[in-house]
Design a protein around this ligand. Sequence first.
Ligand code: GTP
Ligand code: MG
Length: 323
Amino acid sequence: MKEKHFTEEMVDLINNDSSISDEDKTQVLRNLAKIKDTKVNILITGATGCGKSSTINALFQSDKAKVGQGVNPETMSISKYELNNIILYDSAGLGDGKEADRVHSKNIIDKLYEKDSNGDVLIDLVLVILDGSTRDLGTSFELINSVIIPNLGEDKSRLLVAINRSDVAMSGRGWNHEENTPSDKLVNFLNDKLRSTKERIKEATGVDTDPVYYVAGYKDEDEEQKPYNLSKLMAFILRHTKPEKRAVFIQDINNDQSMWEADDQLEDYKEEIRGSMFESIVASAAAGADIGGKIGSMIGMGGAGRVIGGAVGGAWGAITSFF
Ligand SMILES: Nc1nc2c(ncn2[C@@H]2O[C@H](COP(=O)(O)OP(=O)(O)OP(=O)(O)O)[C@@H](O)[C@H]2O)c(=O)[nH]1
Ligand SMILES: [Mg+2]
């Protein structure tokens, strides 16, 4: 976990590069310090048992979020997990009774209005997780349509809706465990769920969303379900994150390659992830200094996002080896 921050490796390389002017060095070092301090704040919410903790543990290098805890009426506050650059807030959704719902709604709304030290909205992204194995998603739509959307402000792109536990949708029929893929019938079922989710939000609020389905997976003594579409979810998370903040995901993303393997292959999500992180780091690190190309090759990006194997190892190296 405490591996060297990728910006520190870049600091060393920049300092040792005699072809960069002192002026550009100063500028880039300042940029790198800023990147190192960049925080992405993500609020994750959804009904009890939808897989919030499992999703956090699948996406990021942490086993902080306890899985399968059940409801504890004593803990009505939002849990906070602080990684290197990513800060996660895990809040219960609705459906735990009137008093609990009131408290959770208030906590979520307060978080949505919270400002960071620069006076900007703190929460960069709200990820609402729906349980794909549940027929009745009424309380989840209540959460999205009546609690979250009305309190998002102008910019609705902070909202991302995702349907988890797709492997156990349709009563668990339709998952090919050998290949870790859904059957055609299940794909149709899940696409219908995506469509109706989109419609129910659009009808109630007028807001367009772009939901995805995925599997966060689990592991216990005798069984393991690997994730599915986790790279798609990550690509969507990056799309919903400000371009200049995308780079820092690299420090905290789960570097267990097997988590990112299976997806619907409708697009090359891994390439998108790699590309958007690379573009983000080059743009942020080279801002105000005309050495974007140099930085690109330092972190291993040739033209058009092509990986050419750069000098920066550590977090970058791990990511470029499988994304
Ligand atoms: N089959 C399957 N099970 C999952 C998946 N994701 C999570 N689970 C299981 O669903 C249960 C609940 O998952 P959690 O991650 O604890 O859900 P949560 O939303 O954090 O729950 P609370 O914190 O209690 O609100 C656990 O038994 C997980 O192992 C998935 O994609 N597929
Ligand atoms: Mg949890």
